[in-house]
Every structure is written in C-alpha cells, then in structure tokens.
Ligand binder design. Sequence first.
Ligand code: CR6
Ligand code: PLP
Length: 828
Amino acid sequence: MSATPKIEPMGAKVPEPRQNDPDTLARQIVEKLTYSIGKHPEQARKYDWLRATTLVVRDRIIDHWFASTDRVRESKDKRVYYLSMEFLIGRLLRDAINNLQLTEPVREALKRYNVELDMVELLEPDAALGNGGLGRLAACFMESMASTGVPGVGYGIRYVHGFFRQEIADGAQVELPETWLMHGNPWEFERRDSSYEIGFGGKVITQSEPGKPQRHVWRPSERVLAVAFDTPIVGWRGSQVNTLRLWSAQAVDPILLDAFNDGDHIGALVESNKAEAITRVLYPADSHQAGQELRLRQEYFFSAASLQDIIRRHLSENESLDNLADKVAIQLNDTHPAVSVAELMRLLVDVHGYVWSKAWTITRATFGYTNHTLLPEALEHWPISLFERLLPRQMQIIYQINADVIREAAQDKGFNDQQIAAISLIDEGHGRRVRMGQLAFVGSHAVNGVSALHTELMKETVFNNLHELYPDRIQNKTNGVTPRRWLMECNPGLTGLLKEAIGPAFLDDTEKLADADKLADDSAFRDRFTAVKRENKARLADIISDRLAITLNPDAIFDIQVKRIHEYKRQFLNIIEAIALYNQIRAHPEKNWTPRVKIFAGKAAPSYVQAKEIIHLANDVARVVNSDPAVRDLLKIVFIPNYNVSLAEIIMPAADLSEQISTAGLEASGTGNMKFALNGALTIGTLDGANVEMLEHVGEDNIFIFGLKADEVAQRRREAHSGRSIIDRTPLLREALDAISSGVFAPDNPARYHTLVSNLYNNDWWMICADFEAYWNAQRSLDALFLNQSEWQSKAIHNTARMGWFSSDRSIREYSKDIWQAGPGQRP
Ligand code: CR6
Ligand code: PLP
C-alpha cells in the first residue's frame, strides 16, 4: 500500500490570505446564509445574520488557529494550562472582530443588506459560565495569553445552563434558568476524538510482589465520558489564537438496552441522566463553598479529563513524563481544581510507574495555585467520608502527601502540634475534612494572591504556618483586565478620542495611556472627554428608561455599585447612605444638593438570605425615593436586573463614580474597580484589594479613600465591636435605620428588614456602622467636587491615563516570567 499523502490544511497554508474588504465579506456572509444555514437571504431572520457573520469571522480565526497550533508544536515551547471551573466569557463576536481588526469592514458588509452590526451583536447570548470576578478574570486571562503570545489552553466545564437569569418581582430576586445554547453555539467545535473515561467510586486493589514496591490499582464502580468542546480565543491583532477546551459529561452507555427491552424506559436512561447531570448547571455560589457531592464530582471530572488530555498531548511529543514540568505549567484557578494534585500523583505513580518521590517532584514543579479569597466560608473542604467514597485512591494519596508534609514540618522546622494541625491537609476539628487550600498549596511550586494586600494577608492568616514552612512559595500577582474588551470595545467613543489625542500606541501597550495624563489640564480635551462620558451616560439612561421606566438626568452624578451582592461588599452601607441623603434632602430642600443617581446591579446566591434581603431593600428604597416629589431630580435609585458581562460593558463607560467599599481585608482584589477607573470614573473606596494599588497609580488626589484599614477591622473584631453606641451617637445613621425598621420602605411588611438592622446594633461584623460617617463625609466631598466640573473631569482623565498597569497583559507577563517560565522570552 502506498503511503498516505500529506494533506495541507486550507487557510493558513493557502498562498492567498483571505480578503477582508467589505465586498468579499458581504459575499461570504450570503454564501454562509445559503449553504451553511440553508436560508435564502431574503428570508433570513436576525439570528441567521448573526450566525452567518459569526461563521465568516470564524473562518478567519481558524486560519490563525492552525498557524498558532503548528507554531507551538514545531517550536516545542512550554504550554500553559489554565484550569478553571469558571469562564465568564460574555459575547465573543465583537471581541473577535475587534481583535482581527474587522469591525469596520464587517459593519460595511452588513450594511449592504440593511443589517446593522450593532443589532446583530446584541443577539449573541452571553456565555455566562461563571459567577463573577473569578470567572471573568479567567476570561480576561485567556484573551491576554493569546494577545501576549503565551501558548495557553484553558480547561473548564461546558455547563448547559450557565449563571441563572435574574428577574426582580415585587422587589425580590427571582432566579430563572439560563439557556445560552438554545440557538446552538457557532463558536465551539465538538471533538469526539478527544474524549476520556472518568471514574468515580469503587475500590483500590493493592498488589504486592516480593521485592517490588506495592502497586495500587483503582477500580472505579462508575464511569462517565468527558467529551471536549473547543472554542478558539483570538488575541489582539489576531497574532495568536489559543484554545478554550470545555468538557461535557456523557454516559459511557447512553441507554441501558436490557432495561429498555424490559419496558423500563425511564430506568434505561438513568445512567445517562446521572452522567449528564455533572455538567448540566453552574453552581451559583460566589466566594462560598457549595459543599454538595455533585460539586465535588464536577471538580474531579474536569480536573481528571484535563490531566489525561495534557498527558496524552505531552506523550505524543515527548518520550516520557520525566520532562513534564519543563514543557507544561498548570495553573489552578482557586482550589476548585485542587484535586488535580492527587490525580496527577495517581497517574504518575499508579499508571506510569514512577516512584513516589520523583512523582512528587514533577507534580510540584508543574502546578501553580492562585488563591482568590480569605473568607472562611469560601475555603473548600470536603468530608472525608464523601471524598473516600467518591475518590478512594486519591484519598489514600492525600493521606500520604500529608504524612510527608507533616514529617518535614516536624523534622526540619520543629513545628509543634498546633502548627502541625494548621498545615495538615486534614481538618480534624470539624468532623474530619480534606482541606483543598492546603492540598493546592503543598502541591504547587508557586502560590499567589491577587493583590498586594491580599497576598500579605494570606501570609499572615490562612497560610501563615505553610508560609513559615515554605517561605519562598507565596508571591503576588495583582489582577488585571483586558483593555480590548474593557476599553476599546465597550467605549469606542473614548478610544477614538484617545487615538486622536495621543496616537494609537496605547492600543498595543496600555501603559502608553500615560501620554494622556498631561491632557487633564487641556480644557478643549476635557470638554471632549466630558462629551464622551455624557453620551455613554445617556445611552445607559435610555436602557434604564426602556427596561424600568425610570427617567434619569444625565447631568447627575452616576454613582454605581455593580457586582455580586455580598455582605462584605457592603451594598447595605451604600443603601443606608442613600436613605440618609434622602432624609437630608427632604429636611433641607433649600440646600444646593448635587443631583445623584445611585445605580445598583448584581445577583445574590439563591440560598444567601441576607444578600437577597439587600436586593429587596434596594428595590424598596428605590420605589419610595423615586416616587417622592420632594426630592425632585436630586436623587434617583435604580436596581438594574440581571447583571452580566454585556450589561457591565454598557455600565462601566457610563459611571462618574465607582463604589468599591468592601470591609477592608475581605475583597481579595476586585476587577470591576479597574474597569470603572480605566473608563474615567473616580473611585470611592476602602483600602482593600487592588484599590490599594490603584491609589498608588492614580495618586491620592484622584481617588476617594475612606474607612477602617484591614488591621483596624481585625482589631475591632477582636474587641467584639458592635454598632449600638455608634448608632446612638450618629443621628444620620440612626434616622436611616429607624426608617428601615419602622417600615417606611416596606409598609406591607415592616418586619422585613428586622434581622438586617438588628445585626448592625448587636454585632456590625462588616463594619457598616464603624465606617458610616467616613463614608458619608467622603460622599459629600464628592458632591462638592462634582460642582467644579473641570476639576472632576481632570481627575477622571488622570484615572484613565494612569490605569495602564492594570491591563491583564501585565498580569499574564508576570505569571509567565515568575511562575510558568513560558511565553515569549521565557524559553528555558
Ligand atoms: N469573588 C474575589 O473575591 C477577585 C476575584 C478574582 C474573587 C475578588 O476580589 O477580584 O476573585 N474570589 O481574583 C473568589 O471568587 C473566590 C471573586 O470573584
Ligand atoms: N461580574 C461581572 C459581570 C463583571 O463584569 C465583573 C467585573 O467587571 C465582576 C462580576 C466582578 O466585579 P467586582 O470586581 O466588582 O467584584
């Protein structure tokens, strides 16, 4: 038989690159409508145009994708694998078109058929495979890895139902299922050939032969199939296209024929349902441990599939796994994939025959772990009984890792029992649990926090003893945001203005935004900057008017707090301040009040009672304030339902004031804070998370910091601080709380907020009373500043100009250099 001829792919190797002029694009869009979608252009509906446009853009991405994949394979460069339970991607079409520089030609092409690109883009559903900051960070990092030339692959879960859709009914949150795949997903490619069996349960067989080390063989009682779905992620200027590989669970035997033939039609599908349940829905818990068996199944499922895939690829290019850590860096995005540490050990020792110590060296050199929270309720730990039942061999391995670590701590560092208990992978105190943070920490060569303050607190608190044991392991990598989505795409007005004023260099290097700093003193530039902001505010006001029938004055301060609803983020403090302001405006109508619009958005975890009460309160207060003629246009309160990435893209450019008011020490970093400031909002915030570094970059004259610092919060908590005495001596606060308690905002149920308020009197755990006065004063100085528009706008310009460092390209370059040793310039 003759040898198979080598087949060159189309695309990258085709001598003629694709034409990107509007004529060609227009023709190809109609070709796709006709031959891929089967629609006559005259009968095409809006979704058909979206799909056809996406397919035409996708063809161009595929050309770059093949070229990138070939380049990495040929160069044998080290690859980075980013393991994350969440990727909060949002829409992809605008991002892809922008990064391929096709925005204008595609717009032009669609115009030929009287189709508006902006309208088509709005039809794309948000891929909401994440809860909030952590998932959105993973999405920014994927884009930045492609943009900075890091050969990266993201691994996650292809949830059929992403983050729930939020509606507000009578002021309260209602959760509805999200259905992003309803119209199919043109961005993804199903890879049936990349599927792996994943086991659960069963038992471990130990084989002993004289003179040989024991061998352990795991015999799972249950198996499911992990099938890969790939989405290409295009970097800036299309230079590199990376892959996001999401796993979908399927039954190994889709139908139990015996049962079916016996007439048990439902029973025949039991296996299939059980398997598919693993990837059916995203847990809507942000910074909170979900604690359910299904969640642990999800975590192991995607970790095990990803590791098998990584090892298969490595062995197809290398002789053995000896050099795994030279060719592979795996980043654990929080502890959700931490079971990977035990699973890689299992694969190396049980399957590939490595001795324990060698396997441990490879494992530790391969993994890095990013911690995203210090909140005790968010630290993952699993009951031993559950872990053992689901993952018996991994449990044995964890015991062995633990024994090694404890021996090292006792022998080398002389740790006492208390210190040993703190570093142990097993928590003996709460009904015996596996601590995933400790597992991720000991199994990684680098452990990082996500802002300078957070990293320091990690060393002092949760990982204090592990830091003592491994003093070189913890490092900081401050978060960032991609300037493509969060400036260029969401704020074309500002981007255009900046291009004209300082040239296009900032598009490739965000730190070049600094060239705009001097323009803060240029009144003509300030006017144009203000005009862009005014337009963005008007656009948001239109949306609010359409959706909520609330009319806003675009000349008021747009004061915005959008993020997950969480007690530590203190939306409650913001609402109390709004009530106090409302009372003051009513009491002193003659004063020169600066008009304000307070905008809130965000989802509460369905089981988080207090967070849901806060949403209800915001809506109750909004109803009363907005219908009170006494406050006229001076104060309006808006809660926009269903906060998601696409809404954030409209909100960020429209803000004058960004609320970043978490209890100090509790917000690990924040990324919303960066997006607002980049788009020219001033920040009112505590010294928390990345606000600290924002202060350093924008300068203390351009940010409004108030309140207790992290160490002061810790001190008050030790002193069993409560709010009662502060409330008693602060009339503004007392009157606001009295109004809530007496049912001013909830006449139908005056007791509704009883717990929320009594918690402040009795405990004030989140320091709302403690920080109230400082917050109020900071707000009033902002009121005064807003009346001096040129000064306000010049501070806003300083914010945009000085935020370049917060690009996620900078974060990725730091990870590449300090943790992964991969990417441009990092070849060993
Ligand atoms: N909730 C932090 O709380 C941080 C992101 C990304 C969070 C937030 O401050 O910006 O991660 N933590 O690092 C977790 O999700 C555990 C978040 O989004
Ligand atoms: N959710 C969405 C949709 C976002 O876009 C962002 C960040 O911009 C976040 C959550 C995280 O917000 P924060 O950093 O304020 O918690």
